[in-house]
Write a protein of this length. Structure first.
Length: 222
């Protein structure tokens, strides 16, 4: 399969929904449980980065709107993952719920500010470094890989992060994938069809994907 062209993506309309309900949560990641509806804003670029989030269910996309109006998704966050760890005082991107999503929300100062949660502070620091490495890898993916390699890399990564099985329920739409991979939605859909035709994946509906030949897909990512 050959590399496919990269073109502009379409910016999606974004509107902040009403403030979600909050309730107490007794988790090791101590905070409030908050529920967000599909496409609801969690935080916006430039807002104070005074809270850290853990995904309980659903999923989150973090993105920036470029100067030409295109949306570039920086990362996806899945159940069990923590996000919102910033080096500075302000948000560098926007965050929205991919679907109906439950998060645990904790104030950063409560986690690391009093010096008693040294282990938590170290964990957050490791998370920040891991996110930086993933961002660097993502830049390399956009700059050096074909459309087929980009889509294969995303599918392999999602499968690993969602439990390591061969069947994954993709929480994001094709448009989300396109805005993350720097492709058009038509290119993403065509590439997925090509991977299916080659027997590398099998589709069941729009979101369920089985990695029929995971080792071959992983080889495409090298």
């Amino acid at each position: 399969m050959h590399a496919l062209s990269v073109a502009d993506t379409t910016q999606r309309h974004r509107a902040r929904a009403p403030r979600p309900e909050v309730a107490a949560d007794e988790s090791s990641f101590i905070g409030l449980t908050m529920r967000f509806a599909h496409d609801q804003e969690i935080f916006g670029e430039g807002e104070p980065a005074d809270q850290v989030y853990k995904v309980v269910s659903g999923g989150v996309r973090c993105f920036r709107v470029l100067s030409d109006g295109r949306r570039q998704i920086c990362d996806f966050y899945l159940p069990g993952e923590v996000f919102g760890v910033e080096a500075g005082a302000a948000r560098r991107a926007n965050a929205e719920a991919l679907s109906d999503t439950v998060l645990i929300v904790a104030r950063r100062s409560a986690l690391v500010g009093d010096g008693r949660n040294e282990q938590t502070a170290r964990t957050l620091w490791r998370l920040a470094l891991a996110q930086l490495r993933r961002s660097e890898d993502h830049v390399l993916t956009l700059g050096r890989r074909s459309a087929t390699e980009r889509v294969a890399s995303l599918l392999v990564d999602l499968a690993e992060r969602l439990g390591g099985g061969d069947v994954l329920e993709a929480p994001m739409t094709r448009q989300d994938m396109a805005d993350y991979l720097g492709l058009t939605i038509e290119t993403v859909s065509r590439t997925i069809t090509q991977l299916q035709g080659a027997g590398l994946i099998r589709l069941s509906g729009r979101r369920t994907i089985r990695l029929a030949r995971p080792r071959v897909l992983a080889d495409l990512c090298e």
